[in-house]
Design a protein around this ligand. Structure first.
Ligand SMILES: Nc1ncnc2c1ncn2[C@@H]1O[C@H](COP(=O)(O)OP(=O)(O)OP(=O)(O)O)[C@@H](O)[C@H]1O
Length: 509
């Protein structure tokens, strides 16, 4: 979106607010003249104010009016955010939300000629099939204009490496902050305080999507930067090969390290895979420090908070020394947004007849699928194929249940057992099964054991006596474990997240 359009929207908001009965138009003029629109996307509007006083005053007196005016214009509720920018530049339009106002690039670097910008349309121009539920969905059609070109990307490829972009990431409360931070990094790599950026959340919630979106954005907008994405499991593999290759010059190892140290932007996904891999961690840490010293951008992701990764504290504290943000399980609105996005994508790929999945079917899928978005997408594919193949125009709840029962991991057909829970908890904490059942009481064994007992009770609802027996304990010890974890969950968000995470892994088997 060009900045004049952004300004037009702002002028319109300004005009509408002045017309409200309870406001003093001249005061509005005085204050609003010192605000600068920065970003608008569906349901989100960000302004900057020149100082704290102005920000606080506008927040206290005019924020609801600004939201209302935007809602009047676009017919969706708006979240309005004010930030301080003491030296505001000309307003910049970004694809969607950003965390902080982005100053003009400090180096004479080529910037994207046309930033990614979802066209914002009044809500009533949406297809009639869209339900009234509010969600933020970036339109699927890519609008980044930079043509694929030779760049210095670390893996030698010259343009986009996956289809995950900021445009096809559906935003909701559960992921808004992560999206904003990822976008801020993509727009201004190596800018403090988001270096390193650490994104964490359970499986299938969109961490890789955001990392790939950062990678794609930078490859398009700053092709001269070497951008390197790697999954930690592949990195580990790379390292094993490099360190075991018997070349006398140690070229394999040197090349391995150089490949990562040469990156301007290094993205390492799923770093929990490095738990227990001392040597690899040590090398990764050296690479990390070197890149940080050279002010290169690092983005890390994991399925749990840095603190909960079983690695030396000096690593985890360095890894989380910049921006740390989590992605929570999606709300129904976000799930519906993703379902619609996926139907549109499917339709575009398939061409031909239009695919109509009734709203009630979409709602059924959103309500019954687990938070894992892979599962959600799989369910949509199954339904699309089923409806297309049998020429159906709708499906009843019973039919959907029958079709998707085995698909949903949390569904009724998944018969979880105490064994399943023990197995996943042991895997998560790297505890041997014999230790889990032993009388050992060191914290690294007792805590996982308590969690396993807690989950057996919570997920299976079996008597404490039965659970105790399976852990070589009596009824009261099992009950004590349960209450002790319950207490920890109430006291600590991290414990809560960790347990949710393990639960999800158990459900996914
Ligand atoms: N908000 C979203 N909007 C659109 N698609 C999404 C969103 N979140 C996730 N997805 C899609 O869901 C799938 C799973 O997401 P992704 O691979 O990013 O998860 P993850 O958190 O990295 O999981 P894991 O930890 O298992 O690697 C991908 O196809 C991704 O494009």
């Amino acid at each position: 979106m060009d900045s004049s359009l952004l300004n037009d929207y702002w002028q319109n908001v300004w005009r509408i607010v002045k017309e409200y009965d309870s406001v003093d138009a001249s005061q509005v003029d005085a204050f609003f003249a010192r605000l600068h629109p920065q970003v608008i996307s569906e349901g989100f509007f960000m302004l900057t104010a020149e100082n704290e006083f102005l920000k606080n005053w506008v927040e206290a007196h005019y924020l609801p009016f600004i939201s209302q005016a935007l809602q009047d214009m676009f017919e969706v509720p708006f979240n309005v955010v004010l930030a301080i920018d003491s030296a505001p530049a000309a307003p910049v339009a970004a694809p969607a939300v950003v965390v902080a106002p982005s100053p003009a690039p400090s180096v004479a670097a080529p910037v994207p000629t046309a930033p990614i910008t979802p066209p914002l349309q009044p809500y009533n121009t949406r297809p009639a099939s869209a339900t009234a539920t509010v969600y933020e969905e970036a339109p699927a059609a890519p609008t980044q204009t930079a043509a694929p070109q030779e760049n210095a990307s670390g893996d030698g490829t010259s343009s986009r490496v996956s289809t995950s972009t900021f445009e096809n990431f559906v935003i909701g409360d559960s992921n808004r902050m992560a999206y904003s931070m990822a976008l801020a990094v993509a727009e201004n790599p190596s800018k403090e305080p988001l270096n390193p950026l650490f994104i964490y959340g359970k499986s299938g919630l969109g961490k890789t999507h955001l990392m790939r979106a950062i990678e794609n954005y930078i490859r398009d907008s700053r092709p001269y930067l070497r951008t390197l994405y790697v999954d930690a499991a592949d990195l580990l593999n790379d390292y094993t090969i490099a360190s075991t290759t018997h070349d006398t010059e140690k070229n394999s190892f040197v090349n391995f390290k150089k490949r990562y140290e040469d990156a301007d932007v290094l993205l390492i996904d799923d770093i929990q895979h490095l738990q227990g891999k001392k040597q690899t961690l040590n090398i990764v840490f050296q690479i990390f420090n070197r890149l940080r010293d050279m002010n290169k951008q690092i983005v890390l992701s994991a399925d749990r908070a840095p603190k909960n990764i079983d690695i030396d504290e000096r690593y985890s504290s360095r890894f989380s020394s910049g921006g740390t943000v989590d992605i929570q399980p999606p709300e129904i609105e976000t799930k519906l947004g993703i379902i619609r996005l996926f139907i549109n994508e499917y339709q575009r790929n398939a061409g031909g007849d239009s695919i109509v999945i009734p709203d009630e079917v979409q709602l059924f899928i959103a309500e019954n699928s687990s938070p894992n978005i892979r599962e959600l997408k799989g369910a949509v594919t199954t339904v699309i194929y089923h409806m297309t193949y049998f020429g159906k125009t709708s499906m009843t709840a019973d039919e959907l249940n029958a079709l998707l029962a085995s698909h949903f991991t949390g569904g009724p057909t998944r018969n979880l057992t105490i064994d399943d829970i023990q197995k996943e908890v042991e895997k998560y904490f790297h505890v041997k099964h014999t230790d889990m059942l032993s009388s050992k009481r060191s914290r690294d064994i007792a805590y996982p054991r308590q969690i396993a007992i807690f989950l057996c009770r919570q997920m299976l609802d079996v008597p404490f006596a039965t659970i105790g027996k399976r852990f070589n304990r009596d009824h009261s010890t099992a009950m004590h474990s349960y209450t002790s974890i319950e207490k920890k969950i109430n006291q600590s968000r991290e414990v809560r997240e960790e347990i949710e995470n393990i639960k999800q892994m158990i459900l996914e088997g």
